[in-house]
Design a protein around this ligand. Structure first.
Ligand SMILES: Cc1cc2nc3c(=O)[nH]c(=O)nc-3n(C[C@H](O)[C@H](O)[C@H](O)COP(=O)(O)OP(=O)(O)OC[C@H]3O[C@@H](n4cnc5c(N)ncnc54)[C@H](O)[C@@H]3O)c2cc1C
Length: 479
């Protein structure tokens, strides 16, 4: 069966991968000249990679890890020491670590919290632990139910000290969703915490060993094309053209540089575009359907990625850092964390600026100046002197992952739509891993399974039904 997929981010790529596994023939149509969407990157005039975003992988990403295993590229993840590191704004230049011992969960995480005396007092820790009990005991259902509260409301409701918010949750909230705890749904940090408390290596962090388009997306493309699929870049979906009964007749692809538009006819159609792009393209007859109306409650959140090259080494920390500053979310010295960017003499900091609502319209110069100002607190001995900036780059994403404010869960759609030959994929669709790379990969897999169940390819149904959603693959028998 031929399946047209609009969008070559991780969701579209994962969907194509699992469709070829099930015996189908996917065709990915990506608008841009580079694959990856929110993980896209490109080289600048000096040959340096410019990334859409700093990306960290977690041990609690079973579907991503399974995909990498199936592609035979799991060694491209560079796993770091099992520790979470926070800057201490009240003591500029100092770090506080939550070292997670190699013992079973949840004791490893609990011990890491108990052993950290920089950030929380004993009474705060005990009240925090008691507040978390319902999430631990009642699990994901409780976590989902808490979507009616913002994180700040939930913390107050549970009697957890405000200090826990300022110390830990501001960092977690900004890192997970690019918004502050007074805005973020309590479901988001609770989901992450729940996984960290259940999985021994859930909070272990890894970095890809190079730029995602080459090191992550290209192997998927190679796999898909080797099995008969096709991937086209510079192929923007212009219109979803319908039959009289409301099903999809074809995708209309905009011709670039005066080329004519192209009709793509397939047996099934997938939108793996962001929710914002899909809403702009929604065919008129679909707008009255409740399923599509729910998308009105979802909208991408702004975020900014900043990369700064320095003339010297600022730190030897080989890990993601949570800045706990008002401006920044997480950052890393990529000259330490990423093999392809390694440099023993110079640092390249990659920093995520969030919330970015007030910054997205500002000039690059203003963003870089504010970031450097913030860095004087993170590296007081080095910035502004003696370290010199060699180069700085800013990538603005006005609409990234869906904005996870309270009440959004009910707006997240299933991958199967009421239109029999049209499916959705994307980290915003309903899956338990939030707006993340893991969520994108899982959504793609769920979409491929839904298509296969609705339209079995010869001898493919058993395969699709048996394909695990979260266990590591034991073989690549489908290749
Ligand atoms: C700064 C930043 C940092 C992040 N950090 C992390 C992290 O550390 N860990 C983590 O797990 N996640 C992180 N994420 C989130 C993660 O990148 C996303 O959740 C994931 O990549 C989303 O994948 P997707 O395929 O669902 O959507 P997208 O990546 O948005 O893909 C959608 C694709 O559709 C294409 N498209 C749009 N319109 C059209 C059209 N008309 N025709 C054809 N194609 C179209 C787009 O070009 C894009 O390629 C981060 C994101 C950002 C921006």
């Amino acid at each position: 069966m031929r399946v047209a997929i609009a969008g070559g981010g991780l969701a579209g790529l994962s969907c194509a991968k699992y469709l070829v596994d099930a015996g189908h023939t996917p065709l990915i149509l990506e608008r841009d000249s580079v694959l990856g969407g929110l993980v896209a990157a490109w080289k600048d005039e000096d040959g340096d990679w410019i990334e859409t975003g700093l990306h960290a992988f977690f041990g609690a990403y079973p579907n991503m890890l399974q995909l990498l295993q199936e592609l035979g590229i799991e060694e491209r993840l560079q796993w770091k020491a099992h520790t979470l590191i926070f800057n201490q704004p009240e003591k500029p230049g100092t770090l506080s670590r939550f070292d997670v011992p190699d013992i079973p969960a949840p004791f490893n995480v609990i011990l890491s919290i108990l052993r950290n005396n920089d950030m929380l007092t004993w009474s705060q820790k005990i009240r925090f632990a008691i507040g978390l009990l319902p999430a631990i005991v009642r699990g994901q259902q409780y976590v989902e139910d808490m979507d009616r509260y913002s994180l700040l409301e939930w913390l107050r409701h549970q009697g957890i000290d405000e200090q826990v918010n300022t110390d830990i949750f501001i960092a977690a909230s900004k890192a997970l969703t690019f918004i502050n705890p007074d805005e973020v749904s309590a479901t988001i940090p609770l989901t992450a915490l729940n996984r960290f408390l259940r999985e021994r290596y859930g909070s272990k962090i890894a970095f890809l060993d190079g730029a995602p388009p080459e090191r992550l997306c290209q192997p998927i493309v190679d796999y898909v094309t080797a099995l008969g699929g096709e991937v086209r870049i510079n192929a923007p979906l212009k219109q979803i053209v319908l039959n009289a009964d409301g099903t999809v007749n074809h995708f209309l692809i905009r011709g670039l540089k005066d080329a004519p538009d192209t009709e793509i006819v397939a047996d099934a159609y997938v939108s793996a575009m962001s929710v914002d792009a899909l809403k702009l393209m929604m065919p008129e007859p679909w707008k009255s359907l409740a399923y599509f109306q729910q998308l009105a409650g979802l909208e991408g959140v702004p975020v900014i990625n900043v990369q700064i090259w320095f003339d010297r080494k600022l730190t030897d920390v080989d890990q993601l850092l949570f800045s706990r500053s008002a401006l920044l979310s997480v950052y890393a010295d990529m000259s330490n964390t990423c093999r392809e960017y390694a440099d023993p003499d110079r640092s390249m900091l990659e920093l995520v600026l969030a919330p970015a609502q007030d910054w997205i319209g500002q000039s690059e110069e203003a963003i870089i100046a504010a970031t450097l100002q913030e860095l004087t607190r993170l590296f007081p001995d080095q910035i502004p002197h003696p370290a010199q900036v060699l180069k700085a780059k800013v990538v603005k994403t006005p609409r990234s992952v869906y904005k996870a404010t309270p009440g959004r869960q009910q707006h997240r759609p299933q991958q199967t739509t009421p239109i029999t030959n049209f499916f959705l994929s994307g980290s915003y669709t309903m899956q338990p891993y939030l707006g993340s790379m893991e969520g994108a990969v899982l959504s793609g897999k769920l979409t491929a399974q839904a298509i296969t169940l609705a339209n079995p390819a010869p001898s493919a149904v058993t395969q699709a039904l048996n394909s695990p959603l979260s266990q590591p693959a034991t073989n690549a028998a489908t290749v």
